[in-house]
Design a binder for this molecule. Structure first.
Ligand code: SF4
Length: 364
């Protein structure tokens, strides 16, 4: 019913990791950098600090990272970053095809640009040629706010749905690249409604084999955004639609990546890594579950270990409910208790909880 997406190669030049998306390849996770990079191209401290943060995102499971490139200096910064990391980077460009040509000179893996925004045909041809010459993929992104006039009118006349218009808009953009014999294209169609996102992606995937980057745009703050993205992604991923995902949140890239990996795990699209199970906490608590999770979540999820960790609020229910976990921690107030598969292996003063936990997890 839905087309198998063709494969598109992301990265692979220089030191950059090579990722294949589409086909039967694992679904990849993306996020977007949330700060401007205009001023960092000649500031090695600033560049190195970004590289450190990119490494953290990589450890968490981020496969591809996108940067907005609104001006020439941002392009210079992105090119500088691309020589310092093996993370495949995406240059997000609106309107100015010259920025795309500039970025293509660096080690950029994907250019996000829409032919409809670039203007005359010769400009599109130049961008495509630069991408062909440098093995750069192109991501086309269309959203409900920027439909072509004729399609918007059809939507207003109820001739077609907004989702169908979105799919048709993407198909028109892809057709331009087909004419130029360029197939390394990924499409994203975004609406802020879950239903429109699902419908548009289903509509497109019935007809075309172009890999889809799925996302709900303007999904909202942390909780609302994760709810919307989970609903949309789980439906699409379970239908086999979606080669790469981004959970778009009014929150940090770290939270976007964590949300993405949890969705993929629950949809059986990604395995391995540390899985955290934890209790919500209640009046029986003898251990500060929330504080421990806040301190440890990012570090645990960045570990290259395939284990389940339980963080439970009390000894009454903690070890029992966490008995399937490889390692768990709970407490009685003054004491912290560490357990494995439900069996207590260590009791320490509460103040030593983190150190004892670290010693135990390092044994895995
Ligand atoms: Fe409450 Fe204990 Fe259950 Fe946590 S494990 S929710 S503290 S009873």
């Amino acid at each position: 019913m839905f087309q198998t997406p063709r494969e598109v190669i992301i990265g692979g030049r220089g030191n950059t990791k090579r990722i294949v998306i589409g086909g039967k390849q694992p679904v990849t996770i993306q996020t977007m950098w949330k700060e401007g990079i205009t001023d960092v191209y000649n500031d090695s401290n600033a560049l190195n600090s970004i590289i450190d943060r990119i490494r953290e995102l990589q450890l968490l499971g981020c496969d591809i990272l996108r940067f907005a490139v609104p001006d020439e200096n941002s392009a210079k910064s992105l090119i500088a970053l691309s020589s310092l990391t093996d993370m495949p980077l995406v240059a997000d460009i609106h309107f100015d095809y010259r920025l795309a040509l500039q970025c293509a000179k660096g080690n950029i893996s994907v250019i996000r640009i829409n032919p409809g925004n670039i203007g005359e045909r010769s400009r599109v041809e130049q961008v495509v040629q630069a991408c062909k010459d440098n093995n750069i993929a192109i991501r086309i992104g269309v959203n409900t706010g920027s439909l072509p006039k004729d399609l918007e009118e059809k939507v207003l006349n109820n001739t077609i749905s907004r989702a169908e218009a979105l799919s048709e808009t993407a198909a028109r953009e892809v057709a331009v690249f087909d004419e130029l014999n360029f197939s390394q294209v990924v499409v994203s169609m975004k609406a802020s409604s879950v239903k429109e996102t699902i419908d548009a992606n289903e509509c497109f995937a019935q007809k075309y084999s172009v890999p889809l980057h799925i996302g709900v745009t303007e999904a909202g703050p942390l909780i609302g955004g994760i709810v919307k993205s989970t609903l949309a992604f789980s439906t699409l991923l379970n239908e086999g639609i979606g080669s790469t995902i981004r959970v778009s949140l009014s929150s940090s890239p770290t939270n976007e990546v964590i949300a993405g990996r949890e969705i993929l795990r629950e949809c059986n699209k990604r395995e391995g890594g540390v899985q955290i199970v934890s209790c919500p906490r209640c009046g029986r608590l003898g251990f500060d579950v929330h504080g421990f999770i806040d301190r440890w979540q990012t570090e645990l999820l960045s570990m290259k270990k395939n284990i389940t960790v339980a963080v439970m609020g009390c000894v009454v229910n903690g070890p029992g409910e966490g008995k399937h976990a490889d390692l768990g921690i709970t407490g009685t107030g003054e004491k912290a208790i560490i357990f494995k598969k439900g069996k207590v292996i260590r009791t320490v003063d509460a103040k030593d909880a983190d150190n004892a936990f670290r010693e135990e997890i390092e044994l895995f």
